[in-house]
Design a protein around this ligand. Structure first.
Ligand code: AMP
Length: 483
């Protein structure tokens, strides 16, 4: 049975947990104003990336962090930066007393907003000001905020350049630069913008770069930007791919609903995470699955935190069999022993496929990733297969009598929880050559202690997954398709 343990950190206790798990935030050297703020957040102990990043940043080291969103990396950099800014904290109304000292660049506005919210949360006991600027909305209100003065500015590159052109922001006092999700910045074509921004920053500053992956261009950027960086690697909560079996059903879109209901019943699925791309579709599918007699609920970023927590709690308790999720909403989820992930729709980026299947086959147990692929999605399937460097096994969809035939009872009511897990036939994903980045490989923490290293190499071998027991309210790491 899947276990979801509420919010005790976004990461499983790491391989290094033995040496780090007893550490408190105070033991990492954080001041009481910050430790109080994290206690208010309900954080019991620092996550592995925090254990490594906080002291390094406090020691004024540049950092190259190999970590995804969901690892607690935002607090990992925000807390020590706030501490380094504490001497500047003041309640003066004069803009001159509130200069931008920290600049945090992120690829998407969602991430920018999320990071700034975290900064605000962690700085609640310090008189420091933060602001977020991103495109797609009126620039004037942002200009007013900037004119009033802020110490910490979170921005997407394009909008920050707009502000620089309008002279609404002065970056000449920046002492700390954070590039968050550098690989996504690269994907989104932001590297030239970033270089333009770097050109107006004071050359003497502390630089922190975080990226989930390290393609050559990000490595080059890191090399230019970082001086003798401390390299911090945190294994993403990823799946040992060998334990995930993949199954593809080629099926017309209109038959997916019936096929899903059929699979849940015929495979005796008791806990299945079903992915769709759009929030609207998450709600609709959950309703349809309910109509088909299977207990279901949905989780996506439009739902409030209490609603999301409730949906997860119901899933955890086995009151619902099917949890329909969007990619963004599922980023913050860590569910132990989840046997099935169904891609009701394929994601449009292959990396999301890996993130999705990473929700199953945890704790060393096998898991199954089933994709319902309609003809218009074949191109996404090809992308995924190209990335995985293998073809995924196809199964033909069974002929079903009727669509959405109601069952007699809801699944959650019918089965006792905790029965035997179905035994999938694993279809191992082979390790691929390292010539291109292999998304199937989690980062491996440093070999022995996992302590921060100072070499720039991020290569490593995969480690088997460990039981993970955390459920977080993880926020969006990227744009979630609307509609
Ligand atoms: P991030 O990787 O920064 O996006 O963080 C993911 C989630 O983890 C956020 O919801 C944070 O509030 C939460 N978080 C960060 N640090 C901790 C911690 N030490 N304990 C529990 N939750 C945490």
């Amino acid at each position: 049975m899947a276990v979801i343990i509420p919010s005790n950190g976004p990461e499983a206790p790491s391989a290094n947990a033995a040496d780090t798990s007893k550490l408190s935030f105070a033991a990492l050297g954080l001041i009481p104003e910050l430790t109080r703020a994290v206690v208010d957040q309900g954080y019991l102990e620092p996550t592995p990336i925090q254990v490594k990043a906080i002291p390094a940043i406090l020691q004024r080291r540049d950092v190259m962090g190999a970590a995804q969103t969901g690892t607690g990396k935002t607090a990992g950099f925000a807390l020590p930066l706030l501490q380094l800014l504490a001497p500047h904290a003041n309640t003066s109304l004069s803009p001159a007393r509130h200069q931008v000292h920290v600049l945090i660049l992120t690829p998407t506005r969602e991430l920018a907003a999320q990071v700034e919210e975290s900064v605000r949360t962690y700085s609640k006991y310090l008189p420091l000001r933060s602001a977020v600027v991103y495109g797609g909305i009126d620039i004037d209100p942002q200009m007013k905020v900037l004119h009033a003065g802020v110490e910490i500015l979170v921005a997407t590159p394009g909008r920050l350049l707009d502000h620089l052109h309008q002279k609404s922001v002065n970056l000449s006092r920046v002492q700390f630069l954070v590039l968050d999700e550098a690989d996504r910045m690269l994907d989104m074509g932001f590297i030239p913008d970033i270089k333009r921004i770097l050109a107006v920053l004071p050359p003497r500053r502390q630089n922190l770069l975080f990226s989930a992956t390290f393609p050559d261009e990000v490595r080059r950027l890191a090399k230019e930007l970082l001086h003798s960086p401390v390299t911090i690697e945190v294994a993403p909560r990823n799946t040992p791919p060998d334990l995930v079996s993949h199954q593809v059903y080629l099926v017309p879109a209109l038959r997916k609903r019936a096929l899903l209901a059929h699979l849940v019943r015929s495979r005796d699925m008791r806990q299945v995470l079903v992915f769709v791309r759009m929030k609207r579709d998450a709600n609709r599918l959950a309703r349809q699955v309910q109509q088909d007699g299977i207990a279901a609920t949905a989780i996506h970023s439009d739902r409030t935190q209490p609603e999301r927590m409730q949906a997860l709690e119901e899933f955890k308790q086995g009151k619902v069999t099917v949890l329909v999720a969007t990619d963004v909403a599922a980023r913050g989820l860590d569910i132990v022993e989840l046997p099935f992930v169904v891609n009701y729709e394929l994601p449009h980026t292959p990396e999301d496929y890996v993130h999705r299947i990473g929700r199953t086959a945890r704790a060393g147990l096998p898991g199954e990733a089933i994709s319902l692929v309609s003809p218009d999605e074949l191109k996404y399937l090809e992308d995924i297969e190209r990335m995985l460097k293998r073809k995924l096994p196809r199964a033909s969809a069974p002929a079903l009598e009727s669509e959405g035939r109601p069952a007699h009872r809801a699944r959650g009511a019918k089965h006792e929880r905790g029965g035997q897990r179905p035994q999938p036939k694993p279809q191992p994903v082979p390790r691929s050559s390292p010539s291109t980045f292999d998304y199937t490989k989690p980062y491996e923490p440093a070999p022995s202690s996992g302590a921060a290293r100072t070499d720039a190499s991020l290569a490593g071998h995969r480690k088997p997954g460990r039981p993970t027991a955390a459920l977080l309210g993880g926020g969006p790491a990227k744009r979630e398709p609307r509609k």
